[in-house]
Unconditional design. Structure first.
Lengths: 121, 499
């Protein structure tokens, strides 16, 4: 038995790594890296699914207008939209991290939580 | 196509466009402008409901004149119309009730940005309700998450920053799963428009292919949206996020944001995958069990709090459990009961958060129960509003919560013996626990204050807006209870044309 879906497999493994990093890492910057990896894995998956061997990017060249000559443009469009979304989410997360770091001078989320609790008492 | 059929599009575009304008206004004009836009939204939604009642079924609205498999679509029916009306009313009243606190809690030069976020959130909510395209739904889901995060972090305190970060982390896990679900579903079906996906799925199911991937898709989407809407085991971000942000944010987050995600999930169940397919995968049973445990555990945690806002936050977890229980039953009656509870809980919970803010203010800004003693006398309207909200949550007759509990019990009668017994038992236990902590709070409000403690007289009045919002909320709650039958009729009629 041989595998063909290397990209999809890689995407799923990366998604798993990103997901667990976002969930379990204490360091906020590493959490954000995990999130970026998770989203990038999904975009890899989409791009891999959208590619058809032997066809070209969906830009009309040399007057060839048959549908069979080009790949489906929608997955690429989805990837672009998704990138915009994840860039803005990353920006917000980084902004929050900066604000937390200025206040508590650490990036360790568990320590920040402990400091906040101490501050309240 | 008639003019009124463009209202859903206007409902999305109006807040989205005005959010951009609001960012350059001064805080006073930003507030007036936001109120004006939200009033327009309520009016438009009301006109739409009236028109929709004379219109049978639902219609699709093409965006940009591209026909079905390529274009982007809005689809509206009676259910969407009623939901949009409820959401916009709750949004307007929550803003009205918390306006004074926004002034107090937020830096003066950042306030207009708060209104930007509120408008973006309304636009995202309306888009969730009306869209017929799965990827558009995802994009607006993320806009809603970002706006909600900013609403939490707007009050510049350590506690709210941590709450916002925790909220973001949990929500990003949820959106990651949801996005993966959409991607897999797109690969399976080749479509992004909900109705087209449903046709493709029906075809896939009849051929018996891709059973496993389909189950994975459904699980990813349900759990992803479950995390985002604070279903029981994933609720850890709730108490901080609802408990420490400014009252408008808490009200909007608990009554609207989580409900928007749930509405999306109901839409996916009905319109994207089909209830029969969902039922055959067994994911509904998982949601059902989570919901039942959540109903009990949420209430148990609420009893153990000594801070009134954290208590209300934990009560939200239990109430989200009710909604998921209705969905988990997998019957039309259960689904209708769940949707009714979305409205009932939305109206009561927003009022509870706002009035709890008013009561805490009357007690020298303390939220602990021992300081709240007697606050019902110090701030009479907030006290009465809190009592009405609490009674509605407990299920007092003539209030909206009573009808929802009745609906759930009636829906349970259609189920098999074991599940029926389980639902009724959990309903009874949960109602009992609700009664314990809500009545305890109400009694505290009307007890003699602690001896020797004097609370400072409030500087001036808390404002006409605050009281007006609480009165309007109470009226809405009572009328939802009294006219529940017509709302239920609208819901079941809308549900029939939802898929």
């Amino acid at each position: 038995m041989s595998f063909h879906n290397y990209e999809e497999m890689a995407a799923m493994i990366l998604f798993g790594i990103g997901f667990t990093t976002l969930l379990l890492q204490k360091n906020l910057i590493k959490k954000i890296i995990g999130f970026s990896m998770m989203d990038a894995a999904i975009y890899l998956f989409l791009a891999a699914k959208g590619y058809i061997e032997g066809r070209r990017a969906p830009i009309v060249e040399n007057g060839i207008t048959q549908m069979e000559a080009y790949i489906n443009p929608i997955p690429a469009g989805l990837v672009l939209t998704g990138i915009v979304v994840s860039v803005s989410v990353t920006a917000v997360m980084l902004a929050l991290t900066v604000r937390l770091y200025r206040r508590y001078h650490t990036l360790d989320f568990d320590r920040i939580c402990a400091l906040v609790r101490k501050e309240e008492q | 196509m008639e003019l009124w059929q463009s209202i859903p599009f206007a409902c999305i575009l109006l807040p989205l466009g005005s959010a951009a304008i609001t960012s350059v206004l001064s805080k006073r004009w930003a507030r007036y402008w936001t109120m004006f836009v939200l009033c327009c939204l309520v009016t438009l939604s009301a006109v739409f409901v009236v028109n929709m009642q004379g219109f049978s079924g639902s219609y699709t609205y093409m965006m940009g004149h591209y026909s079905a498999p390529w274009g982007n679509e809005i689809r509206a029916g009676l259910l969407e119309a009623v939901t949009a009306l409820f959401f916009s009313v709750i949004m307007l009243l929550s803003l009205m009730g918390g306006m004074k606190k926004i002034d107090e809690h937020l830096l003066s030069d950042k306030q207009s940005l708060y209104y930007v976020m509120l408008l973006l959130l309304s636009a995202a909510l309306m888009a969730q309700v009306y869209t017929n395209d799965l990827f558009t739904a995802y994009v607006f889901l993320e806009i809603m998450t970002l706006a909600a995060c900013s609403l939490i972090a707007a009050r510049n305190r350590g506690r709210t920053l941590v709450a916002a970060t925790r909220y973001m982390i949990m929500n990003l896990l949820g959106s990651g799963m949801f996005l993966l679900g959409i991607t897999l579903l797109y690969d399976l079906s080749g479509h992004l428009l909900m109705s087209n996906i449903k046709e493709a799925i029906a075809h896939i199911v009849t051929t018996g292919q891709y059973k496993m991937p389909l189950t994975v898709v459904i699980a990813l989407m349900s759990i992803g949206l479950g995390i985002k809407s604070a279903l029981f085991p994933f609720h850890t971000w709730v108490p901080d996020a609802y408990g420490y942000s400014t009252p408008t944010s808490s009200a909007v987050l608990s009554s609207l944001v989580s409900k928007g995600y749930i509405f999306m999930l109901i839409k996916i169940f009905h319109r994207v995958i089909g209830l029969d397919v969902i039922r055959s995968t067994g994911i509904l049973d998982v949601l059902f069990v989570f919901a039942l445990v959540g109903m009990i555990m949420g209430s148990v945690s609420a009893i153990r709090q000594n801070d009134v806002r954290r208590m209300i936050a934990f009560s939200s977890v239990a109430q989200i459990g009710y909604i998921f229980m209705g969905m988990g039953m997998g019957t039309q009656a259960g689904m209708a009961a769940a949707i009714f509870h979305i409205f009932a809980h939305g109206i009561s919970k927003a009022m509870l958060f706002l009035s709890a803010g008013g009561l805490a203010d009357a007690s020298g800004n303390h939220k602990q129960f021992r300081h709240l003693r007697g606050s019902g006398f110090r701030s009479p309207i907030a006290g009465v509003a809190f009592t009405i909200g609490a009674l509605s949550m407990v299920g007092f007759p003539f209030l909206s919560g009573f009808t929802s509990k009745l609906n759930f019990a009636t829906a349970a009668m259609e189920m098999s013996d074991l599940s029926m017994l389980l639902v009724l038992l959990v309903l009874i236990v949960s109602t009992f626990l609700n009664t314990v902590y809500f009545l305890k709070t109400v009694i505290t409000l009307y007890r003699k204050p602690l001896p020797g403690v004097h609370y400072p007289k409030e500087k001036g009045q808390r404002g006409f807006c605050f009281h007006a919002a609480l009165v309007l909320f109470s009226v809405a709650n009572i009328s939802l209870g009294l006219f529940s039958q017509s709302v239920m009729d609208a819901i079941s009629h809308g549900l029939a044309h939802f898929g």
